[in-house]
Design a protein. Structure first.
Length: 378
């Protein structure tokens, strides 16, 4: 039986067209982009073309795009870079309680260094109330960091409005757009800083991007050479950068079709589950949500038990963020919206089909029946 892959919020399958673009830079055009001979110049030109193409897609200047090793690294560079650069102006940062751990753990590190962090509450529907951001602003606030789309429940935040509020108060605004980029056409010029990661939109793992608006200065948090103007020193992942650029172009050329198909599959699966299973709870608003995400809890049932049945039947789903998969407790995201039951996250792609949705619904229903039967027999 073939696997059914529905964990695309964790990672995506690399597109064959992307791999083809990458291969020359893994084989014959392998030169270090910092060297002066022809082989190095070929790599440098490939990086700068990719930078220009990505900048155009995000409606920004190519000099505002930096390449990193991951979305996590981009978040770290953005947040700590601003914190260290402007600590003499203030040491207060605002974020939310359901950010990705790349943001939350960076903020915890800064707290240990004397910075003060305000973690704003999230509404039960998984949307941040913009007024709570306003209320949290202080004279010494230097940065607001709010994710564009939540990685577990898929809810879309009003980051454009929050960015405007930050600008009105002379505060820098950063958004982790890792989960938004695969599903939304983004004008990054609305923000001061933005993070992304290639493997979320059918690109390679191990390469990310960071947008930094012209005029925004950040301190280096990695010591090394001159690559990426010193913001992210280290030999560039040329093949990865080329692959990310190609993956982004393909994603945005196809985004309307992709979103439409994913939404139809998701809604079909949800309808089947609601018809066959009692006491399903959807986590997060279904309207302000990316097209491929379904996060559901089942009353009185630990999701890890259902995950076991799914895995045994070749269904690749998750119970939350892959970065936190070893933690068996209810995730901080679910806790932030007042949920006290664990959940299953199903994140689809345009490569899924309706037969697979039928199969997933059947396995979930069967697993719940077995779990409930065992409970009654105790």
């Amino acid at each position: 039986m073939d696997n059914i892959y529905v964990d695309n919020s964790s990672t995506t399958k690399i597109d064959t067209r992307v791999l083809e673009k990458m291969m020359p830079y893994l084989k014959e055009n392998y030169g270090n982009a910092s060297t002066l001979y022809e082989l190095g110049k070929i790599s440098k030109e490939a990086i700068e073309k990719s930078r220009k193409d990505i900048a155009k897609i995000f409606n920004v200047d190519e000099k505002e795009i930096y390449f990193t090793g991951s979305g996590t690294e981009s978040d770290n560079i953005a947040i700590m870079g601003i914190a260290y650069k402007y600590k003499n102006k203030g040491k207060h940062i605002i974020t939310s309680k359901f950010e990705h751990l790349a943001v939350l753990n960076t903020c915890k590190k800064l707290e240990q260094e004397g910075f003060e962090i305000t973690y704003v509450d999230v509404e039960k529907n998984g949307i941040i109330n913009v007024n709570k951001i306003k209320e949290a602003i202080r004279e010494d606030t230097i940065l607001i960091s709010i994710m564009y789309v939540n990685n577990e429940i898929g809810t879309i935040q009003n980051v454009e409005e929050i960015s405007k509020i930050a600008k009105e108060n002379n505060i820098y605004f950063h958004t982790d757009a890792v989960q938004a980029i695969p599903h939304m056409k983004i004008d990054a010029s609305n923000f001061d800083l933005m993070s992304g990661s290639a493997h979320k939109f059918n690109g390679p793992k191990g390469v990310g991007l960071l947008y930094v608006k012209k005029g925004v200065e950040i301190s280096n948090i990695i010591c090394g050479g001159h690559q990426e103007l010193g913001i992210r020193p280290g030999t560039e992942n040329v093949a990865g950068i080329v692959g990310m650029s190609e993956a982004l172009k393909i994603t945005y050329e196809n985004i309307e079709y992709k979103n439409c198909k994913e939404r139809k599959l998701r809604d079909y699966l949800l309808e089947k589950l609601q018809k066959d299973i009692k006491n399903i709870e959807i986590n997060g608003d279904m309207n302000s949500r990316i097209s491929n995400n379904l996060n559901i809890s089942f009353s009185g049932i630990d999701s890890s038990q259902i995950m076991l049945f799914l895995s045994m039947n070749g269904i690749c789903a998750s119970s939350g963020s892959a970065c936190n998969s070893s933690n068996k407790e209810i995730s901080h995201v679910l806790k932030s919206i007042g949920q006290n039951t664990s959940s299953i996250r199903i994140s689809l792609s345009e490569n899924n089909n309706f037969y697979e949705m039928d199969r997933i619904a059947y396995v979930i229903k069967k697993s719940i029946d077995i779990i409930n039967y065992k409970k009654r027999c105790k």
